[in-house]
Design a protein around this ligand. Sequence first.
Ligand SMILES: Nc1ncnc2c1ncn2[C@@H]1O[C@H](COP(=O)(O)OP(=O)(O)OP(=O)(O)O)[C@@H](O)[C@H]1O
Ligand SMILES: [Mg+2]
Length: 479
Amino acid sequence: MEPGSTNTERTQDTEHEVGGLSLERQHEHVVDFQPFPHQLQAIMAPVRRVALIGGYGSGKSSGGAWRLLRLASLNPWTPAYGATRPKGAIVGPTWRILKQATLTALDAAMPRNWVRKRRGPPHNDIWLANGVVLEAHSALSDIEGQNYSFLWCDEISHPNFNERILGTLVARVRDPRARFLGEVFTGLPVSGWVRDFLDHPPEPRTANYGGRWTIMCKTSDNTELAEESKAAIAEAVPAADIKTLMGGEWASPIGAIYQEFEAREHPLGNLTENAGYLDRPIDLLGLDIGESGAVCFVQKITLEAKNVIGQKQNVEGLLFVDQMVTKARSVDEVCYEIKTSKPWKIVPGITRICVDPTTRRDERNAIKAHFPGCKIIQRERDEPTYHVEERIRTTRAALKDALGNRRVLFSRGTMTGVKHGILDALERARRNERGRRIKDDLRDHAEDAASYAICEGLPLKITSSAPERSGKFRAMRRR
Ligand SMILES: Nc1ncnc2c1ncn2[C@@H]1O[C@H](COP(=O)(O)OP(=O)(O)OP(=O)(O)O)[C@@H](O)[C@H]1O
Ligand SMILES: [Mg+2]
């Protein structure tokens, strides 16, 4: 069936479905979702630009997906399109996030009988029954020259998005045949250009201006979220970020990055020498080697932590037992020095060596030659959980989570008072007024080496990507 006259009726039906309160699905399955008030606002907003900005798990992506479906239903194929089709773009910061979070939220919201066909790479699109084609793109793909009726950017605060990319995307929303042009933005309330772009009082639609609304939401606005999941988020969120990442308030990123770090509380006394730590193997070795570089030696420990109802329980933690600050040394030289001048046990099959994403093959070979049998952990820069901002968040949560638990400790004897060392770096790391981490090429290597080890030892993984049948949010710390 070609898209045509019957679609008008169909669109009206579906429009009613999306616009109405109940989003029950037809036919094979039924979904118990009712949009929350903030999601309903986003769905119904009578403006071109709608942003749903808020804390983890507050239902942003689901709200964005519903808004997108409403835009799809408002812009069906008409004879004016001839052999072409109206298009909508769904853009995520990386392919992985797009697939794991954005399209999953879309799938959960999409009535099955809307979908005519799906095409994988290189097209990556979904053909809807009313003639609309939804195209999935990552922030890095090229969509110059395209015409869209509507657009949805998910995780807009991800560093892969920037003003320039946003400008290009927004300029593509210009199909003259569209009935209702729309832009949807969803993501975390992280200041910088995102705030400049979105933090305005609502502006109504006027004759020649599409209007805009930014809707702010909190994690607790998702009333379906299990207490347990909220606790899991609190446990994974850095203490000072709770207002932003759960409360949905714009963060001001100016100033110290690791506000959780308290030099007086974090380092331990002479624990390293006393408790037989020298005999235990190193679990994680963090390396960031270059003109200036740093190494950290980390052991796993068990700590007591409070959970959300105040009970104590044992959790995994990390103890930084030693560090090295290197200058103009190759990976090979640094490995040799670790072997010959440090007392620590680097044990095949146990020690994991975490290196920076740009480590070359010859450098990995040098590491393998010195430490055969040790697993080398090298991740890609654009892995969702490994971007510099995500590493900062992980490190901060490990330093102190929202419940006040500290999971990273430092041995006083070796860690304190080292110029350009890890504690120096954590204390002095700053952002500029645009919210970007300032790199001084002196301390940032120590900061990086430490964060590689922390990301491996205490990864922070918050995911809501798998829609469970109960609609319950899933947040977990990946072990
Ligand atoms: N109206 C609703 N009713 C019931 N469950 C919902 C509703 N909206 C969202 N959820 C569920 O809550 C969870 C979180 O929703 P969603 O992924 O949309 O939030 P998010 O704010 O995008 O999260 P993240 O911060 O991880 O991106 C998901 O499991 C989703 O299925
Ligand atoms: Mg989301």
